[in-house]
Design a binder for this molecule. Structure first.
Ligand code: ZN
Length: 534
């Protein structure tokens, strides 16, 4: 025999008041932490809470207009809130348009890394159970005229209270609104609702017809040998500059690259143009720099791979990540791993034969899985002892000590160095027939608990340094330096100054001898150190 759950009788105003309070107290720990970080003062916190309570209350008074509508919205929101709470509390992330875009573009395999054992409990406890309780409510509404009057009165009182609070110090509240974006992206549910609306607005961008770029381009051969060119672009993943020994990190995470020290040039001040794969990778291949780049434009606008391909360079994208993010739509693409958890050396499998077969000017992109978290311990070989122990083996991150977390992450960087070492070794085999240049740049950095932050994808303007400051390096053999007439000392000097992803598109074009109106010489890192004219 089944017994029905008891029904809860309430009226619309009681329901709205309680619902707002429940939303603030249960799902918004992260928001209040951020508010407290701005000013740890009781009065300030109280004022902030009243304002947010009031605003949410007014919005729900506009939306919760009949019992049916109220229940559908309230239930949908508690389920959405539970998911938002899980991700925000587990990884201390913020939710914005880019974060939602990342979720859409991430494959199931990568997403599974983010799900921990506590997810079903949180969804049950903070999503399904509240939804069941709401479904058992009988919410009475007054006749619509009285209901409207009541709501207008309540909203009016709230507006006056908010006005009085802001009136105490309007400039202070204005500053907070302008300078603390993190509050907006931390407030549940408005953060994910705003983000979903933002992504759906991108629809226009996504459905624009394809537009080729650099249609005026041509190649001016400046090299004085008959060798072909082989330009390799290693797109790193989640490597941050702070943990590269080439950039003075105290641990020798780049040990494997020591033997090529004289042929490497490291860029100690290189910055990403996004803090997530979905933004940074397309931006790395775009002709537009960070300021002008429009997320989504990669779907219908040509990029670096197209320009190289259209100018006689066989362009090949080999992937061990979540795909090429629409940057290889018109060139050859190879999925190196086929859905399993592969180490990056899979990118080198059969590469030698492949390059021999191509046998022409080549632009090769290798898209690493690099140091993608939170399971850093899966990013390096398990069949031998990794250099840094003990390690964090919990994708939850927060349960690990900082040392364990750094150890696991540093092991992944150590392995990236080994991968680059193997790649260089392989490329050296082509030195006789090719001018070879390899550029490595990570897509974005990572937070490893600094300021309580983990992972990446923070909104760019408020993102911590660790998510934006990335490692980048160049490698080319001495023979290429001579044949492409690159002045290495000059490049080394230049490398010390500020560079960013904005430099990549133009540097590859310059290197390849491609002339076009889209090319900007001032962004080409080789231009000042290379003799391209007789
Ligand atoms: Zn990434």
């Amino acid at each position: 025999m089944t017994r029905e759950l008891p029904r809860i009788k309430t009226n619309s105003q009681q329901f709205i008041n309680f619902y707002v309070l429940f939303t603030l107290l249960v799902y918004n720990g992260s928001f209040f932490e951020k508010l407290q970080a701005i000013d740890n003062n009781l009065l300030f916190m109280l004022c902030g809470t009243i304002i947010i309570y009031g605003v949410l209350n007014v919005i729900l008074n506009l939306l919760f207009v009949t019992e049916r509508v109220t229940k559908i919205l309230a239930i949908s929101l508690v389920i959405g809130n539970a998911f938002a709470y899980y991700f925000m509390s587990s990884y201390n992330i913020l939710i914005d348009k880019v974060m939602i875009l990342n979720v859409i573009r991430t494959n199931i395999y990568e997403a599974s890394d983010l799900f921990q054992w506590k997810l079903p409990f949180i969804i049950l406890g903070l999503g399904i159970i509240p939804a069941l309780v709401i479904s058992r409510c009988t919410i009475t509404f007054q006749p619509w005229k009285q209901e409207l009057k009541l709501r207008l009165k309540q909203s009016g009182i709230i507006a006056v209270i908010i006005g009085l609070i802001i009136g105490i110090s309007p400039q202070r509240f204005k500053d907070i609104a302008n300078n603390h974006y993190e509050l907006r992206y931390a407030l549940v549910p408005s953060n994910y609702i705003g983000a979903i609306i933002g992504v759906s607005k991108m629809h226009k961008e996504l459905t624009r017809p394809y537009q080729a770029i650099a249609t005026d381009a041509y190649v001016e051969k400046y090299w004085h040998n008959d060798k072909k060119n082989l330009f390799v672009f290693v797109v790193g993943e989640t490597a941050r500059a702070a943990n590269f020994s080439l950039g003075n990190y105290q641990r020798d995470t780049n040990a494997a690259l020591k033997e090529y020290k004289d042929e490497l040039i490291y860029y100690p001040q290189f910055y990403a143009c996004g803090t997530s794969t979905a933004v940074a990778v397309p931006c790395m291949f775009s002709k537009d720099g960070r300021q002008d780049f429009v997320t989504g434009s990669e779907l219908n606008q040509g990029n670096l791979t197209d320009v190289m391909q259209n100018n006689g360079y066989h362009s090949l994208w080999r992937d061990n990540n979540t795909g090429c993010q629409d940057n290889c739509n018109r060139i050859e693409y190879e999925e190196a791993c086929m859905g399993k958890n592969c180490l990056d050396n899979v990118l080198l499998k059969g590469l030698e034969n492949k390059l021999k077969k191509i046998n022409q000017n080549t632009f090769l992109v290798l898209h690493q899985r690099g140091s993608h978290g939170p399971d850093y311990f899966n990013r390096y070989p398990q069949d031998r002892e990794a250099p840094y122990q003990p390690i964090c083996k919990d994708a939850g991150l927060k349960s690990c000590s900082r040392e364990e977390l750094l150890n696991a992450y540093d092991n992944s960087i150590h392995y990236t160095s080994e991968f680059l070492q193997q790649l260089i070794k392989l490329l050296k085999g082509f030195e006789k027939d090719y001018n070879i240049v390899m550029i490595y740049a990570s897509d974005h950095g990572e937070s490893l608990g600094e300021g309580g932050k983990y992972l990446h994808a923070y909104p760019y303007d408020s993102a911590p340094e660790e998510q934006k400051h990335i490692p980048a390096l160049l490698w080319f053999p001495q023979s290429t330096a001579q044949d492409l007439r690159i002045n290495k000392q000059c490049l080394r000097r230049q490398a010390e100054s500020y560079h960013s992803h904005d430099n990549l598109f133009h540097s590859f074009l310059g290197l390849a001898g491609i002339k076009s109106s889209v090319y900007k010489e001032e962004l080409d890192i080789f231009a000042p150190c290379q003799t391209r004219k007789d």
